[in-house]
Every structure is written in C-alpha cells, then in structure tokens.
Write a protein of this length. Sequence first.
Length: 340
Amino acid sequence: MKWIYDLSFDQLKEEMNAVNIKKFVADQIFSWIYAKNIQDTTQWTNISKINRQILANLYDTTLNTILKINEDQKGTKKILVELQDKHKIEAVLIKEQPHYTFCISTQVGCPLKCKFCATGRMGFKRNLSPGEIVSQVLLLKKQLQDYKGKINIVLMGMGEPLLNYDNLKIALGIITSDKGIAIAPRHICLSTAGILKEIMRLETDFPKIKLSFSLNAPDASLREQLMPISRKEPLEKILEYFRTTKEKRKFRVTFEYVLIKGVNDSLVHAKKVAALVRGIPCKFNLIPYNECDTIRFKTPDKQAVDAFSDYLYSKGYTVIVRWSKGKEIKSACGQLAGEG
Ligand code: SAH
C-alpha cells in the first residue's frame, strides 16, 4: 500500500486516472487530508462509498505516531515522531504572539557534522520522504485544533534541507499549494549550511521562500573548522552568489550566526563579519549558543552578545538576537537529537 502523503497532487491525479476514478477526486482527497486535516477515509463524505473503498485499499492515510510531547511554560511544544521504520524525528511548535511557527525536520540525523550541533553528533541515518516532511505540518496543526491564523514554517529542524532537495521540493509543493496546506511561500524560511547548487535550484523553484544562511564564523578558516561542509562549499563562492544575484531577490538574506563563547563572539569577530557581508542586502539572526550535554561549547555572556549585536546594528544592519525558546525541553536550535 502506498503512503498517500508521499504523492504530489499531479501524481495523485494520474493515479486516479489509472484506476478510472474521475480526476477531480484528487482535489477532494487533497482537501480532506491537507486542508481539513482529516485522514479517516470514512469521513470523506463527498466521495462515493465505492470510491472511498477503492482508495482505502490503495492508500495508507494514517499519519505517523507521536511518541511524546514536551511542552514548556511559554507554549513551545516539541513532538517526537516515530516513522514507519521506527526512526525518530522531532518537530517543534513555537508560540510567537500572535502567530505560530513550525520548525520542521528534513532528515533523520544530519551528515554535516557541524562541531556545535547535537543533530550532527547523532550522525546521518536517512533522508525524509516527501510525506514524512509534509505530515509533520499536519501533526503540528492538530496540536492547534481550530486555530485559523498565520503559521510560519522554518526548515530548521534536524538535517540539512538542501541535501534532500528532491523530496523537499515535492513536500513544499504540497505545503504551499492552495489545493494542499496553503501556507504562502513568503511565510516559509529555509535554513542552510550552504549547498550552492541547491540554493540556486530552490531560488528558481520557490523565489519567495526566504533564505537563511548559517554563517556562524567571521572568516573561511574558522568556518571550515566549525562546519566541515565549508571545505567543499567555499564561503567566498556563496557570498559572491548572494552579492551578484541581489537584484533578483525579493527579500534580504538572513545570516544566522551562532555565538559561541570565546570562539566567534568577540568585537573583532563582529567587525570582520560586517566587512565580510558588505554589499549583500541582509539581516542578522544572532543565536547565543544553546548548550548540549555532549558538546563542550558554552553560551556567551549577555554582555558579549549585546556588544556583538550593537556593533552590527551601528553598521546599519537589522539584527535579531534569538535567545532560543524551548531550551528547557531541548527543542532549541542545535538541540534536536531524536531522543525526546
Ligand atoms: N542544516 C541547516 C539547518 C539546521 S539548524 C543549517 O545549517 O542552517 C538551524 C540553525 O541552528 C543553524 O543556523 C545552526 O547553525 C544553528 N545551531 C546549530 N546548533 C546550535 C546550537 N547548539 N546553539 C545554537 N544554534 C545552533
């Protein structure tokens, strides 16, 4: 039996054709599973009983199981999801006044091995299928019951989204389509360690999806130490790409920068960072390091964070400092390790 969430709308339409069911039934199915978030085929009342029976024999419509939900006092919830092959992933619901943000995973583990990140420590297991990406959104939506307001999606959970671009593209098609979950691309942000070829594909396929680049260091050499992928994907090339394509981009690139005590958080580093990104319309997301049990890096002092951010601000940059939400339930950046 096929898992229905792995199919794009066009694939489902073709499959309907193959079993002699009218194509518009694909619209109805999408509306039930995605817009209405109702997976029980017996409730799909605008589809004939016979067709519902055929569909129930063809497709598995059950969502993955939530093994555990951790919630902090501010309403951030981390869900631990069990996949069909028993691997586990995490997705996070963040309450931001007045809307919600969903932080979604794209891989089980991560192959990049960034020195500061807990997900990197667990190694890489496999890519998520399109359905495993999309269904995280459905599971998180169920946590909100009748909420109809704005939802942002950040592709910042476990994994490097651009190393799973083919599956992610199908998932994003469903998430953004009016026939599917209908979340506008401008409300979606993808965070990448920087895979240039795939950044280009993403920007062609989804020009309105916002891009965050995990800069994390003031120069190529420190970046290569912290993020080994940077040896294959040189920083200069990525920055050059952002510079030369700035006219086309409808938004400013966000540079994420994990501030690690004594490693990349001094004023000298801040000055280098400002010089490094000159000429690129951008903003900064500074993330004071979230400590993890297995990693020796430390959170910087508030003073150092303030001095770093004040410097960038004084150079005219928009700076957001993200003292992470959900630290006590280990759902903050870099703390997702699939263990609940
Ligand atoms: N692979 C993607 C998305 C993953 S994480 C990427 O590299 O962008 C999202 C953000 O969290 C990244 O900017 C990453 O650098 C940051 N991050 C990872 N570990 C962290 C930690 N322990 N504390 C704070 N931020 C961290």
